[in-house]
Design a protein. Structure first.
Length: 149
C-alpha cells in the first residue's frame, strides 16, 4: 500500500476543459474516501503556470499525480506533456492521459513523450466514474509514487 496517503493529502492536478468531466472526477475522488486534494485547471497554459507556481498559482502545491486531457484550449495536452517531461524539476510527476481519443497516433505520441499511462474516457457517467475509481485504486493503493524532489 502506498503510505504517502497516510502522511498527507495526495495532491492531484486535473487538466481538463470539460466542466462535466471535472465534476464527475471530483465526485469519484470524494467517493474513494482517500485523503486527497483535486486541483483543476482548464487549459494547458494554466497547467504549466500551476506546476511552475506562477501568477495566481504562486502557492500551488506540487502534484503527486497529473490527469491530463489531450484536447485542451491554448496549449494542447501533447505540448503540456512534452514541456513537463522535458523539465528536470517536473518530469518525475506521473502523468495519466485521460482523453476521449483512442487514435493509435495519439496513444503512440503520448507514450513517446513519456506519459505514464493512457486511459480513454469511457462513455456514460457510470463507466467514467468506474474508470476514475480504477485509476485511484491503482495509483494510490498499489503504486509507490516518487517523493517530492
Amino acid at each position: 500500500m502506498n503510505t504517502k496517503s497516510l502522511k498527507k493529502p495526495i495532491e492531484i492536478l486535473l487538466v481538463e476543459d470539460s466542466p462535466a468531466d471535472i465534476l464527475i472526477t471530483r465526485e469519484a475522488f470524494v467517493e474513494a474516501k482517500l485523503l486527497n486534494t483535486l486541483h483543476a485547471v482548464e487549459d494547458g497554459v494554466q497547467a504549466l503556470e500551476f506546476l511552475r507556481r506562477q501568477g495566481s498559482y504562486a502557492s500551488a502545491p506540487r502534484p503527486d499525480l497529473i490527469l491530463l486531457d489531450l484536447n485542451l484550449p491554448r496549449k494542447n495536452g501533447r505540448e503540456v506533456l512534452a514541456e513537463i517531461k522535458g523539465d528536470p524539476e517536473l518530469r518525475s510527476i506521473p502523468i495519466i492521459i485521460l482523453t476521449t481519443s483512442s487514435a493509435d497516433e495519439d496513444i503512440v505520441k503520448a507514450y513517446d513523450l513519456h506519459a505514464n499511462c493512457y486511459v480513454v474516457k469511457p462513455v456514460g457517467f457510470d463507466n467514467f466514474f468506474k474508470a476514475v475509481q480504477s485509476i485511484q485504486n491503482f495509483w494510490f493503493k498499489v503504486v509507490v509514487l516518487p517523493p517530492e524532489s
